[in-house]
Ligand binder design. Structure first.
Ligand code: AP5
Ligand code: MG
Ligand code: ZN
Length: 218
């Protein structure tokens, strides 16, 4: 099955997908992480995507859909997948449904609900590991040693799109498309909603219940 984790920028998709993947063994596939890897590698796809990401806009569908389809064709994605950051508009959701229409695999969505003020606070205090991708928060989830990744000891950085003006652009440009995707899954009876506010472990427990109800168990 494919569990689509929906949420605004900063809702906690990456944090929760990582934990849910560890708990269930499902593959965690994140379009933002795939784009950042392409940018680090200096590939043509990365160069093309970076201008949209730094402007807080969605990368064009053709590029994004081709990239995610190539990733989902890999062996570790053959069974259970947690999708983080895709689909992000109705065209992407329709492409995902079409790709699996005859596969017998179910596609279900869970929305992490977080208010706008909290999103802004989370994004501006986030630090990330450029090597393994783990997210930290200066107050809510600090690393054990200041500025160093707990997992791989790499120095942490601030994501370029977490600058205050880019955070504002991301929220302004992307929330209505998210709403359309939420509506699409709700209208087809495939949406669960989870309160994304509160300690990370509490959100994790709520999400585990919703994911299990959707068919993703350990
Ligand atoms: P992407 O990397 O997916 O960014 P995003 O959707 O904006 O989401 P974030 O990664 O910023 O937040 P998150 O929900 O993962 O939160 P996190 O767990 O880190 O995409 C980046 C860009 O790529 C897009 O803007 C777009 O340009 C492009 N792109 C990606 N996918 C695309 C697509 N499908 N189509 C087109 N373009 C695409 O948590 C945030 C912070 O809060 C962290 O500091 C964390 O420690 C903290 N935190 C988490 N949970 C809690 C909690 N419960 N309490 C307190 N703090 C918490
Ligand atoms: Mg993320
Ligand atoms: Zn790391």
């Amino acid at each position: 099955m494919i569990l689509v984790l929906l949420g605004a920028p900063g809702a906690g998709k990456g944090t929760q997908a990582e934990a849910l993947s560890a708990a269930t063994g499902a593959a965690h596939v994140a379009t933002g992480d795939l784009f950042r890897a392409e940018i680090s590698a200096g590939s043509p796809l990365g160069v093309a995507a970076k201008q949209f990401i730094d402007a807080g806009q969605l990368v064009p569908d053709e590029v994004t859909i081709n990239m995610i389809q190539a990733r989902l064709a890999k062996p570790d994605a053959a069974d259970r997948v947690i999708l983080d950051g895709f689909p992000r508009n109705p065209a992407q959701a329709t492409a995902l449904d079409a790709a699996y229409a005859t596969s017998g695999r179910s596609i279900r969505a869970v929305l992490l609900k977080v208010d706008r003020e909290i999103l802004i606070e989370r994004l501006t205090a986030r630090r990330v590991c450029p090597s393994c991708g783990r997210s930290y928060h200066l107050l809510n989830r600090p690393p054990q040693a200041s500025g160093i990744c707990d997992v791989c000891a790499t120095p942490l950085i601030t994501r370029s799109d977490d600058a205050a003006e880019t955070v504002a652009a991301r929220l302004a440009n992307q929330l209505s498309a998210l709403e359309s995707v939420v509506d699409l899954y709700r209208a087809t009876g495939r949406l669960a909603e989870v309160d994304g506010v509160g300690p990370i472990e509490e959100v994790q427990a709520r999400l585990a219940v919703a994911a299990a109800a959707a068919g993703l168990t350990a």
